[in-house]
Design a binder for this molecule. Structure first.
Ligand SMILES: O=C(CO)COP(=O)(O)O
Length: 268
């Protein structure tokens, strides 16, 4: 059971419409009386960028404490000549509180380099936004016997960030999402033991790169085929502090996953 405040994010990826995204936000906001308070759980929705304003408006209108996240960001904080992207400053302007960086679909489908990921991390931290930093190994890498090696290499992009060296308090704005590539959208969820093993290694890596206090406080969440049927056993592990949810965040069960995760956290 996590001793940290549970964090549940819904990554809508490239799905939805104005109507569908609004009704998902409304469903979540209307469930608020049945959900634990924002003292016990952080809830974040990452709709496609064009729907951020609408999502935020629906949440605000219903007094929801859920926050909004951008799914990816430009490498330059202020934007400029970066066709097709959204800048961190624009995310803040739209009312987003968080930005996802390093998602496997950016790394593997769009071929995003480590240099891009590093620049995006810098842009998000510089804009004072929360960073949901995704890491994860491919099936090939896991079957090759070293699941953590590639994850550690991805974490280096975070550890090398100069702002974090001078302002370690920025770690409070960071959530690390372990998302094994083989589990994303496949229905093949990592076992609680597999996830816990990597989360422990991640926490140890944070401790080695920063301090035991920062490592003890940083939230490490799991993503990859999380659904209502498997979330309870995952959240029961001591180093799984929440979830980043793709497919199931588009369904009404998202609310029930939040309830399950938050209840486990509150009883820890
Ligand atoms: O990529 C994910 C969240 O960012 C996970 O997606 P699924 O929950 O659809 O496997």
């Amino acid at each position: 059971m996590s001793i940290r405040k549970v964090f549940v994010g819904g990554n809508h990826k490239c799905n939805g419409s104005v109507t569908a995204t609004s009704s998902r936000a409304r469903l979540l906001a209307e469930a608020a009386p049945d959900l634990p308070s924002s003292d016990d759980v952080d809830i974040v929705i990452a709709p496609p960028a064009p729907y951020i304003l609408t999502t935020k408006a629906v949440l605000d209108e219903h007094g929801s404490s859920a926050a909004v996240a951008l799914q990816d960001v430009a490498i330059a904080r202020e934007g400029g000549a970066h066709t097709g992207t959204v800048a961190a400053d624009m995310a803040a302007d739209l009312g987003a509180a968080w930005v996802i960086v390093g998602h496997s679909e950016r790394r593997h489908v769009y071929g995003e380099s480590d240099a891009h990921t590093r620049a995006k991390i810098a842009a998000v931290l510089d804009a004072d936004l929360g960073l949901i930093y995704c890491v994860g190994e491919t099936l090939e890498q896991r079957e090759g016997g070293d699941a953590f090696g590639p994850v550690a290499a991805q974490m280096a992009a975070l550890f090398d960030n100069p702002a974090l060296a001078t302002k370690p308090e920025l770690w409070a704005n960071i959530v690390v999402a372990y998302e094994p590539v083989w589990a994303i959208g496949t229905g093949k969820v990592a076992s609680p033991e597999q996830a816990q093993e990597i989360h422990t290694q991640l926490r140890a890596a944070v401790a080695a790169a920063t301090s035991p206090d920062i490592a003890a406080a940083v939230r490490i969440i799991y993503g990859g085929s999380v659904k209502l049927a498997n979330c309870a056993e995952l959240i029961a592990m001591p180093d799984i502090d929440g979830f980043l949810i793709g497919g199931a965040s588009l369904k009404p069960e998202f609310v029930d996953i939040i309830k399950t995760a938050a209840a486990a956290g509150a009883s820890a």
